[in-house]
Design a protein around this ligand. Structure first.
Ligand SMILES: *Cc1c(COP(=O)(O)O)cnc(C)c1O
Length: 490
């Protein structure tokens, strides 16, 4: 057994191995970035056949393991920075975010106690304080970085539920759920993220607890229907734990009318959570910040930075307006956040998070804000929203394309529907659009989303990438058309 020490540490042998491994990996990334294809086009079956774990008795060593990762992972990865990679809310990342990852990974701090992450704990706290000022919350540090929107939504829903029970003198944390659980409801729009349902199921209340509010022509929550659903629930003896509004629905980018919903929620003393996983990027916008009007009124907020903030996955946050609600999930672990520590003001973030061991993802946003500054951050966010408006206009002018929905954030919903197919049933057009999406990915040239809007199968472009131009998208749309024509003539 003569292989060298594999642990990152101070020895010359270790630091040399570290630098070699990082240099080899980053050189491979630079090469990969230059691949012209968006994707090599391998099918599911081909990749299953191709990719094999090589776990040997002696080990391959770092260099060979990295070479294999380049061959089996990197080569067949999706180029998220490619101008024709527009299927999802999946961003190309900032260079500074890559540098932050080097620091985050090498130091391997863990955010669950101060003694595992002293400077990191303070940086995260200060960033939470700063985010609160950005949304217009009172000063404080109630909030935490999370793995993303799904977890942040879970925190909002869970605290809303437990605050509801606490008002009746019952602790869910201590004694679990009681009463007629079928009567407990959460209201969100038809276009809310599916994690609302998943989280309600996880919380023991099932999909049945989610009442879907109708949406208007712009896919936003319909206020009349919301008022009606609240009245109906009250008439039925149901109890509403929370309303979840969305600032930036995943497909249409719709922003629910936050201020009006907040007024209604306040009148009925209902917790209002805003899922701003996407829309939170507008906090830094110069041109579109007003879309978030009223966000300061809500009880809790989901923010994602691995979407239109261009941070690497994962990076999200949860903000809680009233810090006292954090008491509802308080747990004192002797080894992490002891009473003794807390009496001395030691900040142990474990009590603010559902996670225990947790990455220092906050550093990415911190360094991103410092490196780019206000102007450039606003520019790269506003670019996508403005581009979506231009693309929508262009789509509307094309005889064979149909704009399915006027964009609000940076996504464009459309479908291929030339005049000669107008007589065909909707099912045939839906199938054709589905096939267009599949054929584009298979060709490796583009990744365009396929989704449904008001029952209409359509294509989706999520235009996050700030380096993409209207001309790039025109080229992509002509590729959509030629692909469609080939499918039709096949
Ligand atoms: C992406 C998204 C989520 C889920 O967030 P993750 O970070 O993927 O967990 C939730 N809500 C909305 C509106 C989203 O767009």
């Amino acid at each position: 057994m003569s292989r060298s020490n594999p642990i990152l540490a101070a020895s010359a042998q270790s630091t040399e191995a570290y630098q070699q491994a990082i240099a080899q990996s980053s050189a491979a990334v630079v090469q990969w970035l230059q691949q012209p294809e968006m994707y090599q086009g391998k099918s599911v079956a081909e990749l299953r056949e191709h990719i094999k774990l090589n776990f040997t008795a002696q080990g391959l060593g770092n260099q060979a393991a990295i070479e294999r990762a380049i061959e089996y992972f990197l080569q067949d990865s999706l180029s998220v920075h490619h101008p024709q990679c527009v299927a999802h809310l999946h961003c190309p990342s900032l260079v500074i975010s890559q540098a932050a990852e080097v620091l985050i990974n090498a130091t391997n701090q863990s955010m669950d106690s101060w003694d595992q992450s002293p400077s990191a704990t303070i940086i995260e706290l200060k960033l939470i304080e700063w985010l609160r000022t950005q949304v217009g919350y009172p000063a404080g540090d109630a909030g935490v970085f999370t793995s993303g929107g799904t977890q942040s939504n879970l925190m909002g829903l869970m605290l809303a539920r437990d605050a509801f029970f606490a008002r009746q003198g019952h602790s869910v944390q201590q004694d679990g759920l009681v009463g007629n659980l079928k009567k407990l409801k959460v209201l969100c729009s038809e276009n809310a993220h599916f994690s609302v349902q998943k989280n309600m199921a996880l919380m023991g209340l099932g999909y049945q607890s989610v009442t879907r509010v109708k949406t208007d022509q712009y896919a936003r929550m319909d206020l009349h229907d919301l008022a009606e659903k609240v009245a109906q629930a009250e008439a039925n003896g149901e109890q509403i734990l929370a309303i979840v509004a969305t600032a930036g629905t995943t497909d249409a980018g719709a922003i629910d009318p936050l201020r009006a919903i907040a007024e209604l929620a306040a009148k009925h003393q209902i917790w209002l959570h805003v899922d701003a996983a996407w829309g939170s990027a507008l906090l830094l916008s110069e041109q579109y910040r007003h879309y978030l009007d009223g966000i300061e009124l809500v009880d809790s907020i989901t923010l994602d930075f691995h979407k239109q903030f261009f941070q690497t996955i994962s990076c999200g946050a949860f903000l809680l307006k009233d810090a006292r609600h954090y008491e509802l999930m308080r747990y004192q672990a002797a080894y992490l956040n002891s009473e003794f520590d807390e009496a001395q003001g030691v900040p142990n973030l474990v009590s603010k998070s559902l996670q225990t061991t947790r990455r220092f993802d906050a550093l990415k946003l911190w360094m991103g804000l410092e490196a780019l500054g206000q102007k450039q951050y606003a520019e790269i966010i506003d670019h996508g929203v403005t581009l979506a408006q231009q693309v929508a206009q262009y789509v509307a002018e094309q005889p064979s394309l149909e704009l399915v929905m006027q964009p609000q954030l940076a996504s464009v919903l459309f479908r291929y529907r030339p005049a000669q197919l107008a007589g065909n049933g909707d099912a045939a057009i839906a199938l054709l659009n589905q096939k267009i999406g599949d054929a584009l990915l298979e060709s490796g040239r583009a990744n365009v989303g396929v989704t449904e809007h008001n029952g209409v199968t359509c294509l989706k472009m999520t235009l996050l990438n700030p380096t993409v131009t209207l001309d790039d998208i025109k080229r992509l749309l002509s590729l959509v058309e030629t692909t469609a024509e080939q499918l039709l003539s096949a």
